[in-house]
Design a protein around this ligand. Structure first.
Ligand code: SAM
Length: 1001
């Protein structure tokens, strides 16, 4: 029979049910603040790590049968209570945030830290054994930072992890092997050797980091040094700094501190003084004018503008320098700054001199990276700004430090191995190599000083190599900071990781390096379950970023894994990402390169799934975690799965980030990871026909899914994205889908239908009487408010919604309803759209209904896109709605406002039941919480929502929806039966409870 999957045996839990909303809450708690993050995050940088809570749920639900007891499953997920309690607790917090009320954290321990009970593990093992005939073997073939295999191993399941990138492999070794093999004691051993390493480093480097006797603060050891990049001034030739902001400190409350440049034009030099901003003695009224903005500089010496081309040319000619302009000190009175002293400058010169002496030897012994920054890359900035080699990303003194660290690590290794034994010793050296990587990330010329947070911002604070015109250098020898901090931070992360609860049975994860397209080490049908989180198109260029660490790890760890570190930089041939730069040749256009890159990505993804199908037993399960807001990315994923012979059997969007951002209405950060379940499609599944019946089925399933996801607390974007999978379940059950004329039907066509159905369902909910007669632009704007709940959102999200109503984002812009800038789309308020004066009768005729014969002066087209409450006529229903709101506001709101709006409604024949009023009612329903309150920034910007709300009843006899905020009642938890929440002990001890932090925002 056609349209069947291969799966035999019991249905899996993930194919039937999953507490997706509560898992989402736990994911968000895991991401809630830096202190809440899993220790894996701090062990070493890796990009796009999945939350442990979602990873464990995906693994466990993929191998358990659907009839597994819910309470045991929830305990195994690490939930502190039932899903209902977790959701209720989160709702209380959300309500508290919305109303600014402070409440005690109603949550218990975070899921990934919660104890795992052996009884529950045994129950899970026996249930899975019944399904699979043995303990199921789980593999993640694209394991990255290792969230999925770590959770599988913690559950005591036989686990395999594969990864293409050697840096990630190195991270996986320390994440998946050492915690189980050595436990937390490895951290103690590494700490001991870290102290020896640091002592040797200090002895060699101390003289380059003096503690001068400062007139104000005495001899205080520096914490870090703040530098500006300089270029020769075009007319004087003197090195002039490129400083976009002279602030050193800009706390949200408290006194700002700035560096003030003092220029000696005659000598061609400049120094700084440090000043508070304010009115007191010694203060300056404001920060000095910046000398760099948007790629261009201003000379301190001549005041002339310095073109971007000049800056780049000087950088590439090796004439860009660095000048120290402030030193940060940690004093008993807090963070203080002083200007550089002669001793600082002498030390810098001495360090540069010493590096020059050592460099040749270090390069010959391959201790510092001499590799060139790649020519083929999506980020050419390091080359553009004078960093053609990886070593150029460090100042001379920084590089000197790394050279000494590498040299001393090699020198220490024989002693470490002799004392600790080979196995433990190598693991110690490996963790110390990670310390070096951490320091490199935080101490290079692309790491900068964060004036608000009063800390250093690491290079990979962003996912790129953006050029920084000012940078900060750590004082690596100072006690408690620099190297000491990096050692403690890395080893504490490992210790915490090793202390995470796990099944008693010791697990060894089999790790392999290679492309998931070719798992040659595995026989056909060797695996029961594959759980994978593949790259999402062009979201992250893993190997381009990882090269930064590759060049160091090659030197610190390459001897252990020559096969991983044999190439110059990370291999990219089989990397499954969309990287346009790799397809840019002399002749290809950007568009062609993008198409080729997309095809390459899709081919590799298909090959990954073809290989997954080979190594899975026929009744095995493939679970894919995927996050993307681009419909094209979803289409590529589904197309690859279908082509590889899989049929989709379930999908679960799990919100992993940003629920509370819904209340800010400025940024739309709601992010979900979709967990998608696929089974091998039965042989000869046949051809399906994209006839009315199939389309109707897709529509129905998509709308039902969206409805179900809404009831589970998922936001509207996730409802939309989450409906794609089930809709694809219909489509993917066949080998091919064709129209009745035999033409092949693309995955995109099925997704479009699903999106349309979801949009239709949502509009239906907002406008009981429908939106017939309302122009599509207004429907699109309504959907944006309803779905994205924000005035600003990303282009891709708007595009996704646009597809759903058959409109382009460009059409909204042409209609004068939004502005777009790069990736950002902003909805214009009624006030933004207001014209200074009303149109005259003939102008209105001309602009709105076309030119009149013999009309005089031609009216400006842009005026037609604006509105004024006294305009004689309006183009659209949205225009009328906004004019009503403006009239209400102009008259001061209240009774006067209602009167003014009533007069306008009468003039233009706006009455209950017509399209304008149906649109207003829908907009009031769609209004996100932030615009309902005047005191928020969004509320102040969009008062029209409150005007419409006020007008509905008196003008049109319509009772407005309930806008009142729920007040979080502390008693509600008791009702839920959760009496004494045991929040994470560690966090309480540290006073670092993320929920508490968030309340303070
Ligand atoms: C989204 S990340 C995985 C993140 C991981 N789940 C975590 O939580 O840390 C995708 C990974 O796929 C890897 N990758 C890309 N192409 C690959 C290939 N052909 N074979 C195996 N892994 C690949 C990337 O290096 C990246 O680490």
């Amino acid at each position: 029979m056609a349209g069947k999957t291969q799966a035999a045996g019991p249905r899996l839990l993930i194919e039937d049910w999953l507490p997706a909303a509560a898992i989402g809450v736990e994911c968000m708690r895991e991401r809630g603040s830096a202190s809440a993050l899993a220790p894996t995050t701090f062990l070493h940088v890796w990009w796009a790590r999945r939350p442990l809570a979602a990873s464990r749920a995906a693994v466990l639900a993929s191998v358990l049968p659907a009839d597994f007891p819910r309470d045991v499953f929830e305990r195994l997920l690490g939930f502190w209570g039932t899903s209902t309690q977790i959701i209720a607790a989160e709702e209380m917090l959300t309500a508290a945030r919305a109303t600014g009320q402070k409440i005690t954290n109603p949550h218990g321990k975070r899921a990934f830290r919660a104890p795992l009970y052996e009884n529950d593990i045994r129950a899970a093992h026996s249930a899975t054994t019944e399904v699979w005939g043995h303990l199921p073997t789980v593999m993640d073939p694209m394991a990255g930072g290792g969230s999925i295999p770590l959770e599988s191993a913690r559950l005591g399941l036989p686990t395999l992890a594969n990864e293409y990138n050697p840096v990630a492999c190195s991270v996986l070794e320390a994440t998946l092997d050492y915690p189980f093999r050595f436990g937390p004691s490895l951290a103690n051993r590494a700490r001991k050797w870290g102290a020896v390493w640091r002592e040797r480093f200090k002895n060699k480097l101390e003289r380059f980091f003096p503690t001068p006797d400062d007139p104000t603060y005495g001899p205080t050891p520096p914490l870090c040094y703040i530098f500006a990049r300089t270029v020769p001034c075009p007319s004087t030739g003197h090195p002039t700094p490129l400083v976009p902001d002279w602030h050193l400190l800009k706390p949200s409350g408290g006194i700002a501190i700035v560096a003030v440049p003092v220029v000696d034009k005659k000598a061609g030099t400049w120094t700084t003084t440090i000043r508070p901003v304010g009115v007191g003695p010694g203060s300056v009224a404001a920060a000095p004018p910046r000398t760099y903005s948007k790629g261009k500089g201003i000379s301190l010496f001549s005041g002339e503008g310095i073109p971007a081309e000049w800056i780049k040319a000087k950088a590439q000619a090796g004439e860009m320098g660095s000048a120290l302009y402030a030193v940060a000190l940690k004093t008993p009175q807090g963070l203080k700054f002083r200007p550089p002293l002669p001793a600082d400058r002498e030390a810098l010169a001495a360090a540069a001199q010493h590096l020059a002496e050592r460099r040749r030897d270090w390069e010959a012994r391959n201790l510092i990276p001499t590799e060139e920054y790649p020519l083929v890359t999506t980020d050419a900035r390091p080359r553009t700004y004078g960093m053609p080699r990886w070593a150029d990303m460090f100042s001379p003194r920084q590089l000197l430090g790394f050279g000494v660290l590498m040299e001393e690590l090699h020198a220490l290794r024989p002693q470490i191995l002799a004392k600790e034994g080979k196995e433990m010793g190598e693991a110690v050296v490996h963790l110390l190599a990670f310390v070096l990587d951490k320091l490199a990330n935080w101490n290079c010329i692309l790491s900068s000083w964060n004036v608000r947070a009063q800390t250093v911002r690491s290079l990979f604070d962003r996912h790129d190599f953006s050029f920084k015109t000012t940078f900060s250098e750590m004082a690596p020898v100072t006690a408690g900071s620099g190297l000491a901090w990096a050692i403690d931070n890395t080893l504490s992360a490992f210790e915490e990781l090793a202390k995470l609860p796990h099944a008693e049975a010791r697990t060894t994860v089999a790790l392999s390096q290679g492309s998931a397209t070719s798992l040659v080490q595995l026989a056909d049908g060797a695996l029961d379950a594959i759980v994978v989180d593949p790259p999402y198109s062009d979201n992250v260029q893993y190997s381009e970023l990882a090269d930064f660490f590759y060049v160091w790890l090659k030197r610190s760890q390459g001897y252990r894994h020559p096969e991983w570190f044999a190439s110059l930089l990370c291999d990219t041939a089989e990397e499954a990402v969309k990287n346009d730069a790799r397809f840019r040749t002399g002749r290809t256009t950007a568009k062609e390169a993008a198409a080729l890159a997309q095809a390459h990505y899709q081919r590799l993804m298909t090959e990954v799934f073809v290989e997954a199908r080979r190594v899975l037993r026929p009744e095995g399960v493939l679970t894919v975690m995927f996050t993307h807001k681009k419909q094209e990315a979803w289409e590529a994923l589904f197309a690859s799965l279908i082509e590889a012979g899989f049929a989709i059997s379930a999908t679960w969007p799990v919100m992993t980030e940003g629920a509370h951002s819904l209340h800010q209405a400025q940024k739309n950060a709601a992010q979900s990871t979709v967990i998608l379940v696929a089974r091998v499609r039965a042989a000869h599944a046949g051809t399906g026909y994209f006839d009315a019946a199939m389309q109707e089925r897709i529509r129905r399933i998509a709308a039902e899914t969206a409805q179900r996801l809404e009831s589970e607390g998922l936001n509207a974007v996730d409802q939309l994205v989450g409906s794609f999978g089930p809709a694809m379940g219909v489509f993917s059950a066949f080998d091919a889908v064709r129209t009745d004329t035999g033409a092949p039907v693309s995955v995109g066509a099925a997704i479009d239908i699903a999106a349309e159905a979801v949009a239709g369902w949502r509009i239906g909910k907002l406008a009981a009487g429908g939106l017939q007669g309302v122009e599509p632009e207004a429907q699109f704007a309504l959907l944006c408010w309803d779905t994205l709940q924000a005035a600003e959102f990303r282009f891709n999200e708007a595009k996704l919604l646009g597809n759903a109503v058959g409109m382009d984002v460009a059409a909204l812009e042409q209609a004068g309803l939004i502005t777009t800038k790069a990736d950002k789309v902003t909805i214009l308020s009624a006030a933004d759209r207001r014209r200074a004066t009303p149109l005259r009768e003939e102008e209105a005729q001309q602009l709105l209904f076309g030119p009149l014969p013999g009309a005089g002066k031609k009216a400006k087209k842009a005026d037609a896109l604006k509105i004024h409450p006294r305009d004689p006529a309006f183009r659209t229903h949205l225009d009328k709605a906004q004019a009503l709101a403006l009239a209400y506001a102009d008259a001061g709101g209240g009774a006067g406002g209602i009167g003014a709006a009533r007069a306008l409604a009468l003039r233009h024949g706006i009455k209950a039941g017509d399209a304008t009023v149906r649109l207003i009612e829908a907009l009031v329903r769609a209004a996100p919480p932030a615009v309902r309150r005047p005191q928020t920034a969004a509320g102040a910007k969009f008062p029209e929502f409150r005007a419409w709300y006020a007008l509905l009843l008196p003008l049109f006899g319509i009772t407005p929806p309930d806008w009142s905020e729920k007040t979080p009642a502390q008693g509600a938890l008791a009702l839920l039966g959760h009496n004494a929440p045991a929040a994470d002990d560690e966090d309480e001890a540290n006073g670092e409870d993320e929920e508490e932090d968030e309340e303070e925002e």
